[in-house]
Write a new protein. Structure first.
Length: 295
């Protein structure tokens, strides 16, 4: 068993123990009516909690296709943990509710299976799950910060590799013949080399095209939508949507400034900071990792 699996088991064991401890202290579900039997019920609830955790892990791994891994970055870990909670909380609540009906309802009538009992159990487990999630996030905060810094460093290193190839093209040492013409809904058009495109920004009913011409940054306006520009540029993998208002050429990104909550792309030549929406972060990261710059 590797270190990651041992840590997963340890986290699930401690989390379940915390849940059972809280239940033992506040005694919901009529536990105050029991004497020594309450310890047996708590042990059974603990077993159900562990079973639910490992069943949820299996669902995430084999159904959702999200195995536990630290190699995909902090955003992946946070997203996976949230999905774990969304699956595990109603699942463990259902198991406890069934246990209440089968093993505890003969002495406490209110433990019989019903929608109200399930909602009561769900509310209690959801609160405990939220508290447990905050604890683990605080405990691993320093690790997450270190991972964020390392992930950003590696992405910026990859960007420098991309830039070293694209800069020779921009300086004229390696001529690029890939010229494109972007047109809008009017007769106006903009002709440019694809490697010289910096970014495209949606501005009302227009798009602002920021690009290089003769070594200087130039902006042109076209009456068009960013979706239309995205369709026109779909054959160029380094030009991606980073925000609902922005398309960016990753070959012209100078630096990534990132944390778990936000990301910005600092562009070369103009030094504009382009925002990246949370929904586009993973696409940007995967594109930088996997797709080399091509003119």
């Amino acid at each position: 068993m590797n270190k990651g699996h041992k840590e997963t088991i340890s986290i699930r064991f401690v989390s379940t123990a915390f849940m059972v401890l809280a239940i033992a202290i506040f005694k919901p579900f009529g536990l105050e009516m029991w004497q020594w039997q309450s310890f047996v019920h708590l042990l059974c609830i603990f077993s159900l909690g562990l079973f639910s955790c490992f069943l949820t892990e299996a669902i995430l791994r084999f159904v959702v296709r999200m195995p536990r891994s630290y190699d995909h970055g902090v955003g992946y870990i946070i997203s996976r943990n949230l999905r774990f909670q969304f699956i595990n909380t109603p699942l463990v609540s259902l198991l406890i509710c069934l246990y209440r009906h089968i093993a505890m309802s003969h002495q406490v009538e209110s433990n019989k299976l019903s929608l109200s009992n399930y909602l009561e159990t769900l509310a209690i487990i959801a609160f405990l799950s939220f508290a447990i999630g905050l604890y683990w996030r605080f405990k691993f905060r320093s690790r997450y910060l270190a991972m964020e810094l390392e992930e950003t460093r590696l992405l910026n290193e990859q960007l420098r590799n991309i830039s070293s190839k694209s800069e020779t093209d921009i300086s004229g040492e390696k001529p690029c013949s890939q010229e494109i013409t972007l047109t809008g809904t009017t007769n106006e058009s903009v002709m440019l080399q694809i490697s010289h495109l910096l970014y495209i920004e949606a501005v009302g009913n227009y798009v602002k095209i920021c690009h290089l011409r003769e070594g200087e940054v130039r902006t042109d306006m076209l009456r068009a939508t960013s979706k239309q520009m995205e369709d026109d540029l779909k054959d160029y993998p380094m030009i991606v949507r980073c925000h609902r208002a922005f398309l960016v050429n990753l070959g012209q990104v100078e630096q990534i400034v990132s944390n778990s909550r936000s990301m910005q792309l600092k562009m070369k030549h103009c030094h504009d900071a382009i925002p990246v929406s949370r929904s586009n972060m993973s696409q940007i990261k995967e594109t930088i990792r996997r797709i080399p710059y091509s003119c």
